[in-house]
Design a protein around this ligand. Sequence first.
Ligand code: NCD
Length: 319
Amino acid sequence: MRHLLGVADLGGAEGIEEVMRLTDSFVEVSERAIPRVPALRGKTVAWLFYEDSTRTRLSFETAAKRLSADTMNFSVSSSSVKKGESLRDTARTIEAMGIDAIVVRHASAGAPHRIATWVDAAVVNAGDGWHEHPTQALLDIYTLRQRLGSLEGRHIAIVGDIKHSRVARSDVWAFTAMGARVTLVAPPTLLPPSLEGWPVTVSQDLDSVLSTVDAVYLLRMQHERMTEALLPSLREYTACFGLTNQRVELLRDDAWVMHPGPMNRGVEIAADVADLPRSLILDQVRNGVAVRMAVLYLLLGAGSDLVPPPATPKEDSVV
Ligand code: NCD
């Protein structure tokens, strides 16, 4: 894999399995007293985030540091982008300083793909518009496998603003590649204009779907991407499609609740439901670091010692 721009770059179930195996090793590293290995020592990873982010950015940054890579932080709001510098010039300027990978988040679908044609560095898509968010899909699969074992034959419902969700697009391809069945539940106005070619079933009836799923995956209403009024009101949305305290009772005892964050408690998910023992929302965040370590290692670390035994505190302080 030269870049990770979308789920297709992972090479199907086999490629995803490889990331899962590597992630197991990095989960082990993350649990050590000193959660750091020298795998990417001497490599530099830069962030190019044109859109807001809490989890994804901190997660990539932590992942790179735990692999001993150097990091270059680029903040669009205080950069020459504000003076009109183009995406191409910005990417090439950063590369000229000597970097091995760029992690990109951008409001336009395809921006990371364009960057990949302009630079030699490996490019990782950390979310491009409505299009894809492949590392989110990987951490979602890892989190589900911790609870379900395999995804083969499992049923997952993705509920809410599918239309504007890059998470939904990456998850659909990744979950089905691993053998799961996916049902999208949303009002017609929050579904993509065409679902041709999507390996999913669609429902408008959340209540009847809930009792049949192994996991329900809620999405935020992505108002920043809506150019027209797509809902009569948020209250009505919650009444029909929110995972309310009453509705969560329809889930089987062994079914799980997920959300990529940021949550709007009280809209797509009731405040209490997000904190139930069956909620995997913080597991998703936790696993995100190890998954991103695996991705950066696959792109940059081939040949280096993967996970050497824990360093003694004295050795590590020299690093
Ligand atoms: C999502 C994103 O930015 O695509 N968040 C994330 O990365 N965990 C989902 C969202 O913004 O609703």
